[in-house]
Design a protein. Structure first.
Length: 170
């Protein structure tokens, strides 16, 4: 369906992020299993729980908009998840792999932040207060997850990657 109105555009983008979130729920258990850092594994497991809640919130958005709950293929997320899976095939040292997994996860978070920021702005412009509130809640969670991943990388994981020989001599 071609978007004819701002609300049509909102629905199309909600369907895109809905599909993206569904893809994330399939990828996160694999990433958690591949993580060597217990803190990173826990972060992925916590984000899986959070993502399931975000999917429920998107389903509430569909109800608020009175549209069918269905996704629209999200090629961008497929690409980001494919890149994350490629990391697992690279044969990296465990500590270096963890650093790379955080980077891949942050790319996903940044896509989600951009997507939720956009649909929140659309919902606000359309005067859909309840929809905007639901989307803003998820946007805040995505920003918090990105921050936590960044703190984990800077505070621990990247240092361990360097110590494990993850840096070439100049």
């Amino acid at each position: 369906m071609a978007a004819k109105t701002m609300q049509d555009l909102l629905v199309e983008d909600i369907r895109d992020i809905y599909h993206a979130e569904k893809q994330i729920t399939k990828a996160l258990p694999k990433l958690a299993k591949a993580a060597h850092s217990p803190q990173l594994r826990q972060a992925f497991e916590r984000h899986l729980e959070e993502t399931n809640g975000q999917i429920e919130r998107l389903e509430q958005v569909f109800d608020e908009l009175d549209v069918v709950k269905r996704g629209k293929r999200c090629d961008a997320m497929e690409g980001l998840i494919s890149e994350a899976h490629e990391i697992l095939e690279m044969g990296l040292a465990p500590e270096v792999q963890d650093a790379a997994l955080i980077a891949a996860a942050q790319k996903v978070e940044h896509y989600e932040i951009a997507s939720y920021g956009t649909v929140h702005a659309y919902a606000t412009a359309c005067g859909l207060t309840k929809v905007a509130q639901l989307l803003e809640e998820t946007l805040k969670e995505e920003k918090e997850t990105d921050l936590k991943l960044n703190q984990l990388a800077i505070g621990d994981v990247n240092k361990k990657a360097i110590a494990a020989g993850g840096r070439k001599a100049a």
